[in-house]
Design a binder for this molecule. Structure first.
Ligand SMILES: Nc1nc2c(ncn2[C@@H]2O[C@H](COP(=O)(O)OP(=O)(O)OP(=O)(O)O)[C@@H](O)[C@H]2O)c(=O)[nH]1
Ligand SMILES: [Mg+2]
Length: 238
């Protein structure tokens, strides 16, 4: 099991998460000293990347990509995947948000489940045992509706297609044509899972409790919401 952590890298996309990223990185290394963490920062204006750089002397397995140009969650993840692809140290990838919505304590159990023969674990709010904490009714309804909507159109059998907390074998990325992924915002998380399923992969859901972001502001914009509305239709009729 310990061995498993050394073969695992946690990918965290950030945009203006200075207050969250320090405590989160410390908590992850506290729980799993052998794990690696890669922060993919999109030219944050608040010093998020500098905060990560300042911690590198304490944590040798802490890495950062500083992106410039057009911002996007999808592009950030793709850059992260590219960096990890040829690194022989890593067999497992975790994706998670920087704002403490995803509890690092769930990484261990998700990896454990992965090691028992699954190739993709979705940290799911919408299976028995999962849930959402401290979210406004508006956010709850929006998230529920988004998953209902995506499920209705794509019919994947996965209750939480929009989940950002994932744990998968790095090797599965080889079966997905990453270059052709079109979505850039939160829709990327749906498209990635859908592509993985189309590549013949079975995704399993693991119940997690999702919490409201701890510090900082939401990055949700009308642009990424529109993209999420079109994406399932695009995927279905491509
Ligand atoms: N690199 C990068 N990271 C991003 C971008 N947009 C959002 N993120 C990060 O992606 C994660 C999820 O974004 P959030 O803003 O928390 O989205 P959310 O959870 O739907 O919204 P909240 O309710 O505000 O938490 C966070 O770690 C963000 O910092 C982006 O354009 N580029
Ligand atoms: Mg969030």
């Amino acid at each position: 099991m310990t061995d498993n952590f050394a073969k695992t890298i946690v990918l965290i996309p950030t945009f203006n998460e200075k207050e969250n990223i320090g405590p989160l990185v410390r908590e992850i290394f506290n729980l799993y000293p052998d794990i690696s963490v890669l922060v993919i920062d999109d030219s944050s204006l608040d010093g998020t990347a500098e905060e990560v750089l300042s911690m590198q002397s304490s944590f040798p397995n802490l890495f950062v990509i500083r992106r410039s140009g057009k911002r996007g969650l999808g592009r950030s993840y793709l850059d992260g995947f590219k960096m990890v692809a040829d690194d022989q140290r890593y067999e497992n990838i975790i994706t998670m948000d920087a704002d403490f919505s995803h509890n690092p304590k769930e990484i261990g159990p998700m990896l454990e489940k992965l090691s028992k023969g699954s190739s993709w674990i979705v940290g799911s709010r919408y299976v028995a045992g999962g849930g959402v904490e401290n979210w406004s009714l508006r956010r709850k309804l929006l998230s529920r509706f988004a998953n209902f909507y995506v499920g209705f159109i794509l019919n994947t059998g996965i209750a939480d297609m929009t989940a950002g907390f994932n744990c998968f074998k790095k090797s599965v990325l080889r079966g997905i044509d990453l270059e052709s992924i079109s979505s850039d915002g939160y829709a990327f998380l749906v498209e990635l899972k859908y592509r993985a399923m189309k590549a013949g992969l079975h995704l399993s859901e693991y119940p997690i409790t999702f919490s409201e972001r701890r510090e900082g502001k939401s990055k949700m914009s009308s642009g990424v919401i529109w993209e999420s509305i079109w994406l399932p239709w695009k995927l279905r009729f491509r």
